[in-house]
Ligand binder design. Structure first.
Ligand code: MN
Length: 252
C-alpha cells in the first residue's frame, strides 16, 4: 500500500516520525509536511508566495520525505499534485501532539490536511494524541489498525475519520468508540507583556473550559480512556433554517 503522511506540527515533530517509521515497515510511505510548526492554521493555502520543497532524511531510508514552507493543506496539495510518484491509497495526518476534539477541528491543521485529501478524492484519517504525555507508541498502533479497516471497508467519498487517542499504553486503552463531535470551548485570555523595545504585545493562552458532553461525543469518549473515531464531512448549510427562511418569502 502507498500511504501519504502529513501533519501540522512540522516535519521535525515526534508524532509524524513515529507514524512514518512504523508504517514504512509494511507499506510504501511518502511524507510531505510543513517545515515548521503550523498548528491551528486550519485550511489555509499559500497563493501569493513561492512554495519551496526540500528532500529530508527521516532516519529511515525507505521513507521518501519532503518538507515545504507551506501549511498542512499546501503539503497535501503539493504531494498529490506534484511530489508523489504514484497516487496514494490513503492519506494520514498526524500524529498530532494534542487533542482535536469538538470544534477544535475548525482551527486544526491536522484535521484540515485530512479534509484536503478528501476534497481531492482520497480517503483520509486524522490522528491526534490527547496528551500530555506524548508517547506515540499506542497511537501508532491505533492508526495502523484503522488504516487496515478503512482499506478493507472503504469510506464515503466526502468523509474523513477524525481519531483521538488518549495518552495511555495500548493495553490500557479501554476500547474504541464511534462518536460525534462534542463541545469544547476555551476561555480566551491574553497575557500582556512588554518587549525589549518597550512595546506591549499579547500572548494568547486559551484555557479549556469544562463543558457538558453526552457519552456518545468525542470529548467524553477520550475522557473515559477510549479511542474516539468521528466521521467528519462538510455540509455548511443549516437545513432547519433553510426551511424557516423560505417561509419569509423574501423578495427584492
Ligand atoms: Mn498540531
Amino acid at each position: 500500500m502507498h500511504l501519504l503522511i502529513t501533519n501540522d506540527d512540522g516535519i521535525y515533530a515526534k508524532g509524524i516520525r513515529a507514524l512514518a517509521n512504523h508504517l514504512s515497515k509494511t507499506n510504501k510511505v511518502t511524507v510531505v509536511a510543513p517545515d515548521r510548526q503550523q498548528s491551528a492554521t486550519s485550511h489555509a493555502i499559500t497563493l501569493h508566495k513561492p512554495l519551496h520543497v526540500e528532500r529530508v532524511n527521516l532516519g529511515d531510508e525507505t521513507v521518501t520525505a519532503y518538507h515545504a514552507n507551506g501549511t498542512p493543506a499546501d503539503c497535501v496539495k503539493l504531494a498529490l499534485g506534484a511530489l508523489c510518484d504514484e497516487p496514494p491509497d490513503l492519506v494520514i495526518s498526524g500524529i498530532n501532539s494534542g487533542a482535536n476534539l469538538g470544534l477544535d477541528i475548525i482551527y486544526s491543521g491536522t484535521a484540515s490536511a485530512a479534509a484536503e485529501a478528501v476534497l481531492q478524492g482520497y480517503p483520509a484519517i486524522a490522528v491526534s494524541l490527547t496528551g500530555p504525555p506524548f508517547d506515540f507508541s499506542a497511537s501508532v498502533l491505533v492508526a495502523e489498525r484503522l488504516i487496515d479497516m478503512v482499506m478493507q471497508r472503504g469510506l464515503l467519498a466526502d468523509t474523513y475519520l477524525n481519531v483521538n487517542v488518549p495518552p495511555r499504553p495500548y493495553e490500557e486503552l479501554t476500547g474504541i468508540a464511534i462518536t460525534r463531535t462534542g463541545v469544547r470551548k476555551y476561555r480566551n485570555s491574553y497575557e500582556r507583556r512588554i518587549d525589549p523595545l518597550g512595546r506591549s504585545y499579547y500572548w494568547q493562552v486559551g484555557e479549556v473550559l469544562q463543558m457538558h458532553n453526552e457519552p456518545d461525543t468525542d470529548v467524553r469518549t477520550v475522557e473515559d480512556g477510549k479511542v474516539s473515531v468521528t466521521p467528519v464531512h462538510f455540509d455548511f448549510t443549516n437545513g432547519r433554517l433553510l426551511v424557516t427562511l423560505k417561509e419569509w418569502e423574501l423578495t427584492l
